[in-house]
Design a protein around this ligand. Structure first.
Ligand code: NAD
Length: 474
């Protein structure tokens, strides 16, 4: 297990105060990890600055082949990394393996994109000059990532950043630094030059971020996490007018029309709610179900949720692991109690589970009042509030009545209706008759306060590029 931090290709210990990592399934400590100071973060930025110059000058094909080697090494170690994800995050081993496959795919996709960063050449309308447009790398990118996808949220940023010719300094989440350190170690083994990928965990995120965002070489911040923290980092980035990529919180509506294939809608609802133990930004947060089928949907959904086995992610058959920490269980329970006191009813008997570990049983709530906090806040846990609707217009207005706009889901057998409704959902992504939509080849990201920019697809790499225009005569 790698517990030191990575700066300029060397593994370092950091201060005497270390970061304790818990197994959320038991609440017991499994490791302690080096905690970097602001000075360590600056050293990482210095190293990144030097490494980036050489990397940017390398042939795109050379970068591409190293990224391809990263893809292969991650797959070769997929079982080991999946185990590490389950150990520190708690998600079921199958979900962890899925996360790792998704992470590796970003390296394959961006190995392919590295040789296709194209600019353009045009003639000015007045005919007096040529307009040359090129896309050089940004430089050094600071990355701050959440605990819910310890590998994927790093891969989704690092792969396109390296493909475009940048260097990176990463601050992984305090709850899950082990996967980040192991992935970085494997990237170095795959041939990523020293200093290009630096990982500096810390106990003091604010001071770390101040030091990094003030560093002269850092030109971009790529953040994934809550909207609340994203807003603070945006303010801080304004001081040096840094380029930003922001992947923030969600509050996804999951819409079921009466003409939906009910079996598919229930299966999709379970997927959209429960993947990765329901701790996902794309998790369905509000289930709007057309009145004629609300009773049937709710009963079948509650049966499916009630049949989910909750437990240690290593146990076969478990499909819902622990929540990340005790605070997460308390937050979920507060939201559920708020909904119940507003008139909601529990359809199956879920709730918090006594320790050890931080568990919450899958729960379906019916008759939820749209004014309950559970419909405006991210639940980030296995609870599904169901709201009946009669009128499509009113439902769409309610679905859009949130500052978030990450994703929505629509279930209907009428594709034209599905498309019409999708176009009116104020979200960066919509799934029609699908409960999971993430794909490295598709642009992932949110509208409104769910984010700025996109990760993945062919536009993903351009997020880590500048645009330069050269006016030329010849
Ligand atoms: P969080 O915002 O609490 O933390 C995210 C990261 O920011 C962590 O590394 C944390 O240590 C760091 N951080 C916190 N305060 C900071 C500060 N003052 N300065 C610098 N860094 C700071 O989020 P979380 O609890 O780790 O993750 C859950 C959230 O992430 C949810 O809101 C979820 O929707 C969101 N998320 C979004 C996406 C997406 O792609 N849109 C993906 C995954 C998670």
């Amino acid at each position: 297990m790698q517990t030191q931090m990575l700066i300029d290709g060397s593994w370092r210990d950091g201060t005497a105060e270390r970061i304790e990592v818990l197994d959320p399934a038991t609440g017991e400590a499994i490791a302690d990890v080096a905690a970097g100071t602001p000075a360590d973060a600056v050293a990482a930025c210095d190293a990144a600055e030097t490494a980036q110059r050489k990397w940017a000058a390398a042939a795109p094909r050379e970068r591409s082949e190293i990224l391809r080697a990263c893809y292969e090494i991650l797959l070769e170690h997929s079982f080991e990394i999946a185990e590490l994800i389950t150990r520190e995050h708690g998600k079921p081993l199958n979900d962890a393996a899925g996360e790792l496959a998704y992470s590796a795919e970003f390296f394959r996709w961006n190995a392919e994109e590295a040789v296709r960063v194209h600019g353009s050449l045009g003639v000015a309308p007045a005919g007096d000059k040529r307009i040359i447009v090129r896309h050089p790398p940004v430089g050094v990118v600071a990355m701050v990532t959440p605990w819910n996808f310890p590998a994927a949220m790093i891969a989704r940023k690092v792969a396109p950043a390296l493909a475009a010719g940048n260097a990176v300094v990463i601050k992984p989440a305090r709850d899950t630094p082990l996967t980040a350190l192991r992935v970085a170690q494997l990237l170095e083994e795959a041939g990523v030059p020293s200093g290009l990928v630096n990982v500096v965990p810390t106990r003091s995120s604010g001071a770390w971020f101040d030091a990094v965002s003030d560093h002269r070489a850092v030109r971009m911040v790529s953040f994934t996490g809550s909207t609340e923290v994203g807003r603070m980092l945006l303010q801080r980035c304004a001081q040096r007018v840094l380029k930003v990529g922001m992947e923030l919180g969600g509050n996804a509506p999951f819409i079921v029309f009466a003409d939906a294939d009910m079996g598919a809608a229930v299966a999709g609802a379970v997927t959209a709610k429960m993947r990765h133990s329901a701790e996902v930004c794309t998790a369905a947060n509000r289930f709007f179900v057309e009145a004629p089928v609300v009773e049937e949907f709710t009963q079948r959904f509650a049966e499916a949720m009630g049949a989910i086995r909750v437990g240690n992610g290593f146990d076969p058959g478990v499909t819902c692991g622990p929540m990340i920490n005790a605070g997460a269980v308390t937050n979920i329970e507060t939201l559920v109690q708020g909904a119940l006191s507003n008139g909601a009813r529990k359809v199956n008997g879920g709730g918090p589970v006594e320790g050890p570990g931080f568990f919450y049983e899958p729960t379906v709530l019916a008759d939820v009042d749209v004014s309950s906090p559970i419909t405006s806040q991210e639940i980030f846990g296995p609870v599904a509030p169901v709201i009946a609707f009669n009128d499509t217009e009113t439902m769409i207005a309610a679905a859009n009545d949130t500052e978030m706009g990450l994703i929505g889901y629509v279930y209907t057998e009428d594709l034209a209706k599905g498309l019409r409704v999708s176009e009116r959902i104020e979200a960066g992504m919509v799934g029609i008759n699908r409960g999971a939509i993430s794909d490295p080849a598709a642009p992932f990201g949110g509208m409104k306060q769910s984010g700025l920019g996109r990760e993945g697809a062919s536009e993903g790499i351009y997020e880590f590029c500048e645009t330069q225009y050269i006016a030329a005569d010849w």
